[in-house]
Ligand binder design. Structure first.
Ligand SMILES: [Zn+2]
Length: 310
């Protein structure tokens, strides 16, 4: 049984945020499988370089910031920013951060991937390619990750304009094509490297059915419902996908991970409650047993990010 109440919490100095408090004896601490910190100033609706770490220790200490996340039910996060920012935040926040840096895959090399994993990253995040994810040219990158028994996180589906458009903060050499990031592209990667652990971020938005088929048909492919769209779709759509005709598809739903896609290192900023509520509503609507909730909230991502004994 979960009792919820909206309260106003005082976070840091002069900052009031509304949070959803849950009082539950057996509350499960979540691990957020999709987190960001990278920051760039916003000017006239555009993000302008340089890209930087958002963390400023002027409001709260790192320990206090972690404590505030813990109080809201977040134990640690998978951080998916470029290497210099991910490793810097890892240095400041220690165990709260699981490093999974993103690379510009059209400029990257197997050596760069190996170097990042040698620095202790649990995996690599891929996003905004100039060619389809399943293209031959990228396979050597995935092979290194497979050999390290690390995790490959793929942004799947729609990508906002802010960061990756030409002239943006992480500019690609040309306009991206979101169909290069369809879930169906992940299928070819799984055929080439069936042992490679894959997390499809954003459940392929708007190619939900394709994402579902990837989970259903392929081993070692997991997905999260993070981002700005999945939680806006009707609960009826998700019920139909995960429990067609009222019959829970345990195999598919057990391969979800909790993820929010929020800024987690801006002091006083905690806007992931809507995603938590969405996940909780989904669990309740599907009447998920506790062992599956536990997998989604933390066990799956712990398994995917552990490089030992895999
Ligand atoms: Zn993201």
């Amino acid at each position: 049984m979960i009792f919820r109440s909206i309260v106003t919490a005082k976070i840091g100095f002069h900052i009031n945020v509304h949070v959803v408090q849950e009082e539950r004896k057996d509350i499960i601490m979540r691990i957020d499988a999709h987190a960001h910190g990278m920051h760039a100033e916003l000017k006239d609706g555009r993000r302008i370089p340089p890209l930087m770490s958002p963390w400023k220790e002027t409001i709260v200490t790192p320990e206090e910031h972690i404590r505030q996340h813990n109080a809201l039910g977040i134990e640690k996060v998978l951080l998916l920013d470029p290497p210099e920012i991910t490793f810097e935040l890892k240095r400041v926040f220690g165990d709260f951060v699981i490093s999974c840096p993103q690379v510009e895959m059209d400029k990257s090399s197997p050596e760069e991937i190996a170097a990042i994993l040698d620095r202790g990253a649990c995996g690599i995040k891929f996003i905004a390619p100039m060619h389809p994810y399943g293209d031959d040219r990228y396979l050597p990158l995935y092979e290194v990750i497979r050999d390290y028994r690390a995790l490959a996180v793929f942004h799947t589906g729609y990508l906002a304009h802010e960061f990756f458009d030409p002239g943006g903060v992480l500019p690609r050499p040309n306009w991206i094509d979101i169909s290069d990031m369809r879930p169906s592209e992940i299928d070819r990667i799984n055929r080439a490297f069936p042992d490679l652990k894959i997390l499809m971020a954003h459940f392929g938005n708007p190619w939900w059915e394709e994402a579902w088929t990837m989970l259903k048909s392929n081993k070692n492919i997991y997905a999260d419902l993070s981002g700005g769209t999945a939680y806006e779709k009707s609960m009826g759509m998700w019920k139909d996908l995960f429990a067609p005709n009222g019959k829970l598809n345990t195999n598919v739903v057990s391969k979800l991970c909790y993820g929010a896609d929020s800024w987690m290192f801006h002091a006083g900023h905690f806007d992931y409650q809507r995603l938590m509520e969405f996940y909780d509503n989904l669990y309740d609507e599907l009447r998920l047993p506790d062992e599956i909730r536990l997998k989604i909230d933390r066990e799956n991502i712990l398994m995917l990010t552990g490089r030992k004994n895999q």
